[in-house]
Ligand binder design. Structure first.
Ligand code: AMP
Ligand code: MG
Length: 429
């Protein structure tokens, strides 16, 4: 069946829009089968089933303040003197009920004693004579009392499938006594770098060789994005070797990233191997984007493992990961929202370009712009081999085909490293 997206015969065809390439990938990536995980490993994972509350939270009426539990009606003529008939601390069970004209000393989180309908905070009281307290302010029924189920009612649906478990969700689940959750597992993602020119680590740089930057960069990127990286090492431009490492990767992971060998060079073997090993869904594409034009995607016929063929140029590899691999991998992880935030920013310098039928993704440094809004400045060095300039950048500015964006103009940015973006020291209101 002919599809308009990419090509299986590996011939060069027309450019594929980013949106089509992305949709092609997303259509073929499904949430991994749910598993049971202990709560302390669940942060960042996506819930696969709804969670219901087995009991109220808070489980009992308790005090929101350190003070005195009392009957609100007794404070009508404040200041009033009440006799203190007991004390209750957090974790204790109150023994003494509060009668008319009486109060019980109470700490935050302690159960409100029978008979009391409000708590007066200690700052509104002073000690009286002979075991009494003087309440200086009128208190209304319910003041400073946290009612059972006020946060979560027993039996209620707390979180639904698709919920990304943030630290606060983990806290809520813990408050309900939940020790394990049914989630989509964290995808294990294998990375292999292809290329006869690659050496690793600090190995000598023989003539014509370069060091492998892609694999370490992608492994770090995967970890930062909440996936479990699996290192498959490097492999030369030899079809049998590439095929063998892909098979090893499929056995050890839920998805494979392969860099290099997906362009139009004589030794671009990765795309040919993918065409051999993947089913009819395999596509090699020339995407209408710069950097990141060559891209291959397929599902290994033997295992059903998605394989993302990323370009060899290091900047292109990371950009292609952002556009196609990361959204697909987030689908495997069960995420409904698969994209990074796209924010409106002001260009603090020209983001000029010429028209070439492609979307340009400019590596930009995020700064606080005029009036405190987001501002962006291009990193120095925008060629696809200039990884150092990308290291300087926190975001990709999305510059559509045309003349670009002049300084002062609006531009949309994909914030790839939000936790690096720091604001200048500002005074707090
Ligand atoms: P390719 O996509 O295999 O044609 O490679 C494109 C460019 O990226 C070439 O200059 C390669 O030497 C370079 N390259 C490929 N793989 C890597 C890698 N793992 N680390 C750094 N550069 C690479
Ligand atoms: Mg190569």
């Amino acid at each position: 069946m002919e599809t308009p997206v990419g090509d299986r015969s590996l011939g060069v065809r027309s450019l594929v829009p980013v949106a089509d390439a992305r949709a092609y990938v997303l259509d073929r990536c499904r949430g991994l089968a749910p598993v049971e995980r202990p709560l302390d490993e669940a942060g960042g994972l996506v819930l696969a089933v709804p969670v219901h509350a087995a009991h109220d939270v808070p489980p009992f009426a308790n005090s929101a303040m350190d003070g005195y539990a009392l009957r609100a009606a007794d404070t009508a003529g404040a200041p009033v003197t009440l006799s203190v008939v007991g004390a209750v601390m957090a974790g204790e069970t109150p023994v003494t009920p509060v009668g008319r004209g009486q109060a019980v000393r109470i700490m935050t989180g302690a159960p409100v004693p029978g008979g009391a309908d409000a708590v007066c905070k200690v700052e509104r009281t002073r000690p009286g004579d002979d075991g009494t307290v003087v309440v200086e302010a009128t208190v209304s029924v319910g003041d400073n009392v946290r009612l059972p189920g006020e946060d979560i009612a027993a039996g209620s649906a707390v979180f639904g499938p698709g919920t990304v478990l943030a630290p606060s969700h983990v806290g809520v689940l813990a408050s309900l006594g939940i020790e394990t959750v049914t989630v989509h597992p964290r995808p294990r993602v294998a990375v292999v770098a292809t290329g006869d020119e690659l050496v690793g680590g600090s190995d000598p740089l023989a003539p014509g060789k370069i060091r492998d930057a892609n694999r370490p960069a992608l492994l770090a990127r995967l970890r930062a994005d909440g996936f479990d990286p699996v290192d498959l090492g490097r492999v030369g431009d030899e079809p049998a070797a590439v095929a063998a490492v892909l098979a090893a990767g499929a056995a050890a992971s839920d998805a494979v990233l392969v860099t290099g060998g997906v362009s139009v060079g004589d030794r671009d073997v990765a795309k040919a191997v993918l065409a051999d090993l993947c089913g009819d869904d395999m596509r090699w594409m020339q995407v209408a984007v710069k950097p990141g034009k060559p891209f291959a995607f397929g599902i290994l016929a033997s295992t059903g493992t998605p394989v993302f063929g990323l370009p060899g140029n290091p900047v292109s590899a990371l950009v292609s990961y952002e556009l196609f691999a990361r959204p697909g991998l987030r689908r495997l992880a069960g995420h409904v929202a698969v994209d990074r935030p796209r924010l409106a920013a002001v260009a603090l310098a020209d983001l000029r370009r010429r028209s070439d039928g492609k979307l340009h993704l400019v590596r930009v440094v995020v700064e606080t712009g005029p009036d405190g809004c987001l501002g962006v400045r291009p990193a120095a060095g925008q060629a696809s081999h200039q990884l150092r300039a990308m290291a300087e950048a926190d975001a990709l500015a999305i510059v559509p085909d045309g003349d670009g964006v002049p300084a002062g103009g609006r531009v949309e940015v994909l914030v790839t490293d939000a936790n690096r973006v720091a604001g200048p020291d500002r005074t707090w209101p």
